[in-house]
Design a protein around this ligand. Structure first.
Ligand code: DGJ
Length: 551
């Protein structure tokens, strides 16, 4: 994956360069938005510099009207976002076959730019939450040419079949036109920095498409490209997928049920392959015009509960079929979870095998603020993005506070991503203290909650379960020095290297970063550090702490 991303970014730049020659919208190879490795992390490079996306996603259709968006832009700025995810409707931009109208897209790009915001555009096309509500009417009416998915009982549903070249090519054609247009109007300014291709794809109401074309493909051999990918990457396949393949005998050829066994799980693998192939081709057509990073997002099942293909979209980029997506859609740069629940375990499942973590839909408010800190510090995330920011931004001091803090810290976070000197915790009120090692010291981090909140006690479970999580980022800026940012935590330090075995608190100071320079505020000791016995960060902020050792 790492190598692939690197090759992709190099390819992205050279393609962009080649594609830009002699065009009005000519694009400089150096600054087209792209992904780049940084240690073990992947970063999004915008205008030649790494960029942390402090984002939010608009409601699905807000950006289909420039007028509607007018009062929303200032709220996004007030909410301290530096970027926003906005939808583009296929039906709106291709009202008649082959006739494109990008007036709205132009307006949205222009307005975002005038507010200093970057854009991530969602290509709402063949599928949105499984179904096909965004394709244009001319396509939807032509049901013979553009076939639907069939589910058990012989019923067709309003969900375009992945097994149709006509569906795929119509989508790819429109997407290529969109990307060509974006390059023309934005190839120099890079207001648009990334694209989400489709939204939460997968079959609903059944575990797979049962149209004649799908039945035929399902009875046929597993495609050679998938078999070769699995064999080549056998040792690094995600363990839950490897287990399924091994359980059916790790065969290197055969039909889908021979290779993966019988049942809904195999149907899901089959659909994952077909969605990946289709979406991958759409992305490829877009990248041939303007190759900025592209990702897909997933509608998830409940953690710890068995996934039930068909109840959540079957075939989407879920963690256990990540490898199938990578094999089928190599031009997709990132698989991203829409994460409303079970943030910690799902973040870990997506931050595997070099997949950068980005949560394009999630929570806002105090919980979102804590999650954003954890994602950037704990998993080298490239972005965080609560859903429906047009409603919340401007009246969400918690998220705005976290984004203010993260934008101050961004240079330091970006420097430390991928080099093992940064970590983070996310704690629920009743969680036990969490132990992590950062730099030369061990940290035991406990939940404290906001200042003034009583500590959670037995019998207060209900109150505790609705209280927001606490989170903090720890960055080792020297052998015995840390920058700690977040809120609601206390920390016990102890040495992790040979020598005197007790850590004492040296300098503890509040402060802010201005353009990467630390500006100290209050210096803390006495009551604020429990007479030197304890470090805590109750209110949201940043502290610098140095340690000394004694025995
Ligand atoms: C998930 C979808 O991806 C979004 O577009 C949005 O409709 C939300 N669900 C609504 O909660």
């Amino acid at each position: 994956m790492k190598l692939r991303s690197l090759i992709c970014s190099i390819l992205a730049c050279s393609l962009a360069f080649a594609a830009g020659q002699g065009n009005r919208g000519s694009v400089s190879a150096a600054d087209i938005p792209h992904f780049q490795e940084h240690g073990t992390a992947t970063q999004l490079i915008v205008d030649g510099k790494p960029f942390l996306m402090l984002s939010g996603e608009l409601l699905n259709n807000s950006a289909t009207s420039r007028e509607y968006m007018k009062p929303i832009w200032p709220k996004l700025v007030e909410g301290k976002l530096n970027s926003v995810i906005a939808g583009v409707s296929w039906a709106q931009v291709e009202p008649a076959e082959g006739k494109f109208d990008f007036k709205i897209v132009d307006g949205v790009i222009q307005d975002a730019r005038s507010y200093g915001l970057r854009l991530i555009l969602i290509w709402f096309a063949s599928w949105k939450n499984g179904y096909s509500s965004y394709p244009p009417d001319w396509l939807k009416k032509d049901f013979e040419r553009f076939p639907r998915t069939r589910i058990t009982g012989g019923k067709n549903i309003e969900l375009l079949s992945t097994l149709s070249d006509a569906n795929r090519d119509a989508d790819a054609h429109a997407f290529a036109a969109l990307m060509r247009h974006i390059k023309e109007i934005d190839g120099q300014q890079h207001t648009v920095i990334m694209i989400q291709v489709e939204n939460e794809v997968g079959v609903l109401g059944d575990s797979r498409d049962r149209s004649p074309a799908a039945d035929k493909a399902f009875a046929g051999p597993v495609p050679r490209e998938l078999m070769e990918y699995l064999q080549k990457n056998k040792e690094t396949l995600v363990p839950e997928f490897r287990k399924v393949w091994d359980a059916a005998g790790a065969k290197t050829s055969g039909n889908w049920e021979e290779v993966f066994g019988q049942g809904a799980g195999t149907d899901e693998i089959f659909m994952a392959w077909n969605y990946a192939r289709y979406v991958g081709r759409v992305a490829e057509a877009g990248k041939a015009e303007y190759p900025i990073p592209m990702y897909v997002n997933a509608w998830l099942y409940g953690f710890g509960r068995p996934n039930q293909p068909g109840r959540t979209p079957s075939g989407g980029p879920l963690p256990h079929v990540m490898d199938v997506w990578r094999a089928g859609a190599p031009r997709i740069d990132m698989l991203s979870p829409d994460l409303y629940n079970d943030f910690v375990p799902f973040s870990a499942l997506y931050a595997r095998n070099g997949n950068p973590l980005f949560n394009p839909e999630g929570q806002a408010g105090a919980e979102g603020a804590a999650r954003a800190l954890f994602a950037f510090g704990g998993h080298d995330a490239i972005g965080y993005s609560p859903f429906a920011v047009d409603r919340s931004a401007g009246s969400d001091p918690n998220l705005a506070g976290a984004y203010t803090l993260l934008s101050q810290l961004a240079p330091l976070i970006l420097e430390h991503q991928g080099n093992g000197t940064m970590s983070a915790v996310l704690l629920r009120p009743n969680d036990p203290p969490q132990k992590i090692k950062v730099g030369n010291h061990n940290l035991e981090v406990s939940y404290q909650g906001p200042r003034g909140a009583p500590p959670a006690q037995a019998g207060q479970q209900a109150a505790a379960s609705s209280a927001p999580s606490a989170a903090a980022i720890f960055i080792a800026t020297g052998p015995d020095e840390y920058i700690v940012a977040g809120s609601g935590v206390s920390v016990k330090f102890s040495p992790a290297t040979p020598g005197p075995e007790i850590d004492g608190l040296g300098t503890v100071e509040e402060g802010t970063f201005l353009d990467g320079t630390w500006l100290p505020g209050r210096r803390l000791a006495g009551d604020d550090t429990a007479q030197g016995q304890g470090f805590s960060l109750r209110d949201r902020g940043i502290q610098r702490v140095t340690l000394y050792r004694y025995r």
